[in-house]
Design a protein around this ligand. Structure first.
Ligand code: FUC
Length: 920
């Protein structure tokens, strides 16, 4: 029967589960309340919960704009229009990029520090030396005790010179070293290099002993990856002219950290930081029946096992209503809970202390920034003993115990860091100490389910459905497992609810979860696809409220982006380039060949408009969305200029994201700007305001360079017909007009065909988010099987061998770029929905891109533009039944298999249809 709750019950429990604890971070299970996130390893003798607080970043409030940059705008444009790209990029790099932190003082500070590094070291046998395996291809940061380290480090090893090398000069190949090395053989310097060059130093025969020699390298690293960063094969020594006789120097070395406090390196943006780690240490026990899971239906994680006839359980969640993370420990016999709980942090500058007889606190300060953090860990135990020291909480023979953890920083907003984290933690702990665990959990579950229970999807159950998640991942490519796809979609929703809550900031590149002091791409907000993709599932998967945190960053960026518009472009309105952070920097960053991309604000505005289309909230449009959209449009009214060659209005200087360098008139910009203008015109009509401005936009709209078909039948990525059909670059920016935009649809069949050609040339491979984007694009082109193929790639195993990773999913179903980047999770979840329902045109299309691999299923709570919520079932690839809830009372047009139905609806009413769209 249709429409009854159990008809939509999942054909498998919505759980990620495993038979073993996490070995690495991407095995650990994420929990989060939109602000405090935890990664649970679930070890038996030592449990580890690595945690984050959303506002702990490096850096601080500052001006990100380069004063006077605007003077260089016209000269850069001119160089580009004369075809002098390299010169344009060079000029822009020098004068047009944003300001870095400590940019003006760094050179002097760094020179002083560098001069102070003593090229002296302790004797190799000294206890200070630690062991390390070299090289560290991904930087010395991968060695746990060196995480986040910048500074001066000595490395030493013994080189045994074979007898038959006697009398020969030797060459020592050290590969690439970050950033400077001073290399010594037996205490005598044989070379020094500053920069990224490969190091090959010749050791004159006279400097070597026969037999054992001491090779020492002082490595000075100013920022980011440090140490020996080439592969193991490179690190070697050989007689001059005879590389084939090389002896490997890879393997065990010793190191000693001489100085870990260089002046903070100038940075364009801040980095999202890990907060701290909670460790729970238990007595050693032999255990059986170990299980670890994450239950998506109630956002709780669990560990359970048996030892000595006792069943132990741990339950974990991060509560939004109470703003604490909870860990609840039980045993099915009394007096069995004995453990030590302690807090530590990767931040060098941290201390712990006793707060009271149930609570310890950790305080930290971020290096290279103004933020401080405080965390309280408080325990409630029944039975047994609790002893609190400044270092840990020790519990002996309790019946059960619950830990509550808070975390906060002094961040108030992007220009105010006057908060008191201590006071916040104290208040939050005080607010829960008199509550019961059951009550706190019930409030958490209720709050979470308010979001989660608005949607369900069932695609049928495959033979692997009952396997642990890690085993299921491995089998997914070989045998059908449709419920794995529904699990993945619901996991995307879980991650969004856990990382994006009204009142907090948006999900960054890793959502809320990060364990590294120098995370990939700063774990910030990249705005040339990634931040936007995070919110693709929000509207259609019935999590509209989660967009609030995304809109809140737009509210800030409108202000900072206005300053950038003025300083860099002499323009009104606001502009955003390809990255921003906690401090809401909007200036161009990194390198001029990709950092000067002007359409970030306009793309964000696309999602404001989309929210209006789904939610129909006129107040939102009038007071928030439209003024922000208008500001973005005002920028482009000023910025677009007439291309001397074609006469069209073009966007210059800009970039087709991260592809092809600094150019005039990338296709993507024009698609996005057209979309912005169109939506502003529409909004002004709805709100009955700004008619003159709308007329300006109409005129400009018609003058913007159109999409063009090139010589290979491809959609041109640039103004010129210069696409390379063998180029498989991950960004498919000119497809913006297909998805998420609507510049290219079935109403423009030639352009759609051209887009399809371009997609085929670009190929089916890519990083996580790139594949997720392709799912959505193929779905928009109504090619369900191709979209499904992309989805299967997104769900392929990321861990292919112990040390290699590829695009796909990690054991905890986090998306692998690689490394972990959460956008793929969100884009993938949206992609499945896009196969089942689309509403970007003038009708709601049912099953527009249903793949043959998903012949049956049902979905409940999927949303369409116009304010409709749909439940439907399909069998044998055909619609079975449908119900439509009209939330706004708008007219509704439905399309299915060539049939169109129009109906007028009333607000709050439900309409039912049969398999032929006949109204019931
Ligand atoms: C964009 C992408 C990269 C990565 C980074 C965070 O710059 O091109 O692949 O996703 O963002």
């Amino acid at each position: 029967m249709f429409g009854i709750a159990q008809a939509f019950g999942q054909s498998q429990p919505l759980k990620l589960w495993y038979k073993q604890p996490a070995q690495k971070w991407t095995d650990a299970l994420p929990i989060g309340n939109g602000r405090i996130g935890g990664m649970i390893y679930g070890g038996v003798t030592e449990d580890h919960i690595q945690y984050n607080e959303q506002t702990l970043w490096t850096g601080g409030p500052r001006d990100y704009n380069r004063k006077g940059a605007v003077k260089y705008l016209e000269p850069i444009r001119k160089l580009l229009s004369e075809g002098k790209q390299a010169e344009g990029e060079a000029l822009a790099q020098q004068h047009f990029m944003g300001m870095k932190s400590s940019e003006l003082s760094y050179a002097a500070d760094s020179a002083k520090w560098f001069a102070s590094i003593q090229a002296k070291r302790p004797q190799a046998e000294d206890k200070l030396w630690e062991n390390i395996t070299l090289p560290t291809e991904q930087g010395w940061e991968t060695t746990p005790s060196m995480e986040g380290l910048d500074g001066a480090v000595w490395f030493t090893t013994t080189v045994n010179v074979p007898a038959n090398w006697k009398g020969k000069n030797l060459v020592v190949n050290l590969g690439r070293i970050r950033d400077v090395d001073f290399t010594y053989i037996n205490g005598k310097r044989i070379g020094t290099t500053n920069g990224t060059a490969y190091r090959k130093y010749t050791i004159p025969v006279g400097d070597l002993h026969f037999g054992s020699n001491e090779l020492s390298v002082l490595v000075v690293n100013f920022y980011d990856k440090g140490g020996f960063t080439s592969n193991a094969k490179t690190l070697s020594i050989y007689p001059e002219g005879d590389e084939s006789a090389a002896i490997s120097l890879a393997g065990k070395w010793k190191y000693w950290i001489e100085d870990d406090n260089p002046p903070p390196y100038p940075r364009y943006n801040g980095d999202y930081q890990p907060f701290a780690d909670l460790y729970l240490q238990f007595p050693k026990q032999e255990v059986t029946n170990y299980q670890r899971d994450l239950d998506l239906t109630n956002a709780t994680a669990h560990v359970s096992y048996k030892a000595d006839g006792v069943t132990y359980t741990r339950e974990y969640f991060s509560s939004a209503p109470d703003q604490v993370m909870a860990v609840h420990l039980t045993a099915d016999k009394p007096g069995k809970i004995t453990l030590k709980a302690l807090l530590s942090s990767l931040h060098k500058n941290y201390v712990t202390r006793k707060v009271d007889d149930h609570t310890i606190a950790l305080s930290l300060k971020v290096k290279g920034g103004v933020l401080r953090g405080v965390s309280y860990l408080c325990v409630q135990a029944t039975g047994g003993n609790v002893v609190v020291s400044s270092k840990n909480i020790s519990i002996t023979e309790a019946n059960e115990a619950t830990f509550y953890l808070t975390a906060a920083t002094n961040f108030k907003n992007y220009h105010d860091v006057s908060g008191s984290p201590e006071a916040i933690c104290r208040k939050q702990i005080a607010a829960i100490v008199h509550k019961s665990y059951g009550g706190i959990k019930a409030a958490h579950v209720k709050d979470y389910q308010k979001y989660f229970n608005t949607f369900s999807v069932d695609l049928g159950k495959g033979e692997n459905a009952d396997l642990p998640t890690d085993e299921r991942i491995l089998k997914f490519g070989h045998s059908p497992d449709p419920s794995f796809i529904s699990l993945y979609v619901q996991y995307g929703r879980y991650l969004l609810i856990s990382s994006s809550r009204p009142g907090n900031g948006p999900a960054n590149l890793q959502g809320l979860w990060n364990n590294l002091l120098t995370p990939p791409w700063g774990s910030k907000f990249t705005t040339n696809i990634n931040l936007q993709m995070n919110y693709w599932p929000a509207e259609l998967l019935n999590l509209s409220a989660c967009s609030e945190s995304f809109f809140s960053i737009i509210d800030d960026l409108v202000k900072t982006g206005h300053e950038t518009a003025v300083e860099h472009y002499g323009a009104p309105g606001w502009v955003l380039h390809h990255n921003t952070d906690l401090w809401r920097g909007t200036a161009p960053v990194n390198a001029s060949n990709h950092g000067i991309w002007v359409s970030g604000a306009a793309w964000l505005c696309h999602q404001l408009w989309e929210h209006y289309l789904y939610a129909g909230d006129k107040g939102f449009l009038q007071n928030r969305a439209y003024p922000e959209m208008k500001g973005a449009a005002e920028f482009f009214v000023h910025f677009l200029i007439k291309d001397p060659k074609t006469g069209y209005l073009i966007s210059t200087p800009s970039n087709s994201p991260e592809h092809g360098g600094l150019v005039a008139g990338p296709t993507m910009d024009h698609q996005i700007i057209r979309d912005l203008f169109k939506n502003c015109i529409e909004a002004s009509k709805i709100l009955n305001i700004d008619k003159a401005f709308a007329d300006t936009l109409k005129l400009k709209y018609s003058q913007i360079a159109p999409n063009k078909i090139g010589k290979y039948g491809q959609l041109q990525e640039w103004l010129e017909d210069k696409d390379d059909t063998t180029d498989t670059h991950r960004h498919v920016s000119h497809m913006w007009g297909v998805y998420p935009g609507t510049d290219i649809t079935f109403k423009t069949p030639e352009l759609l065909k051209a887009a399809e050609h371009s997609m085929k040339y670009r190929g089916d491979e890519g990083t996580g988010w790139s594949i997720a984007w392709k799912v959505n694009i193929w779905a928009r082109m109504h090619q369900g099987d191709h979209a499904y193929l992309m989805l299967t790639k997104l769900l392929s195993p990321a861990d292919v061998s112990s040390d290699k990773e590829k695009g796909g999913v990690y054991h905890n179903l986090f998306d692998a770029h690689p490394p972990f980047q959460i956008d793929g999770n969100f884009g993938g979840a949206a992609g499945l929905a896009e196969m089942l329902l689309q509403s970007q045109g003038d009708a709601i299309e049912l099953l527009p891109a249903l793949p043959t691999a998903l012949p049956k299923g049902n979905i409940k709570g999927i949303c369409a533009r116009g304010g409709f919520v749909l439940d439907f079932e399909w069998q044998n690839g055909r619609l079975e039944n449908l119900q439509v809830l009209s939330k706004l009372g708008n007219p509704c047009r439905l399309n299915y298999a060539g049939k169109t139905v129009n109906l007028d609806t009333q607000k709050g009413k439900i309409y039912r249809f049969d398999a032929y769209l006949k109204q019931l």
